[in-house]
Design a protein. Structure first.
Length: 135
């Protein structure tokens, strides 16, 4: 395994998951129905849990926590609910593929469960986002 590439993927995933969690909170505020709001809040919790898992993997590899200076601010740009949803849909699909790749790349069995679970959750989020787009 190319540990430098894997570490970069873990680091990027940590920050992406924190951003995704925030995006789902924004979508929950904009949600047109209580069901959509509830689904977005659950997805936000999932994404935050993934960020915690990636933080733990990063800490295990490097001995230090990811730097908060690498966090990208959430865009203050005003977008519609559907625009947020469409962006998130494609991010989820991309992340599911990335986490599957990382799962296959790792040789550490401790990383397999968090990567497998993140992959499944991202696929679930893709399905839920598709459902809400067509709702």
């Amino acid at each position: 395994m190319d540990s430098g590439n894997f570490l970069n993927l873990v680091s990027d995933s940590y920050y992406n998951e924190l951003a995704a969690s925030q995006n789902y909170l924004i979508m929950a505020e904009k949600a047109p129905t209580e069901e959509a709001r509830r689904l977005h809040l659950q997805s936000s919790q999932d994404e935050y849990r993934h960020a915690e898992d990636f933080e733990e993997i990063y800490l295990n590899i490097t001995g230090k926590e990811p730097s908060p200076s690498n966090l990208q601010p959430i865009s203050a740009q005003q977008r519609s609910y559907i625009e947020y949803l469409m962006d998130q849909l494609f991010d989820e699909w991309k992340d599911a593929n990335k986490y599957k790749y990382m799962y296959l790349l790792t040789t550490n069995p401790e990383y397999c469960d968090p990567l497998f679970n993140a992959t499944l959750d991202e696929i679930t989020h893709t399905l839920l986002d598709t459902y809400l787009i067509n709702y």
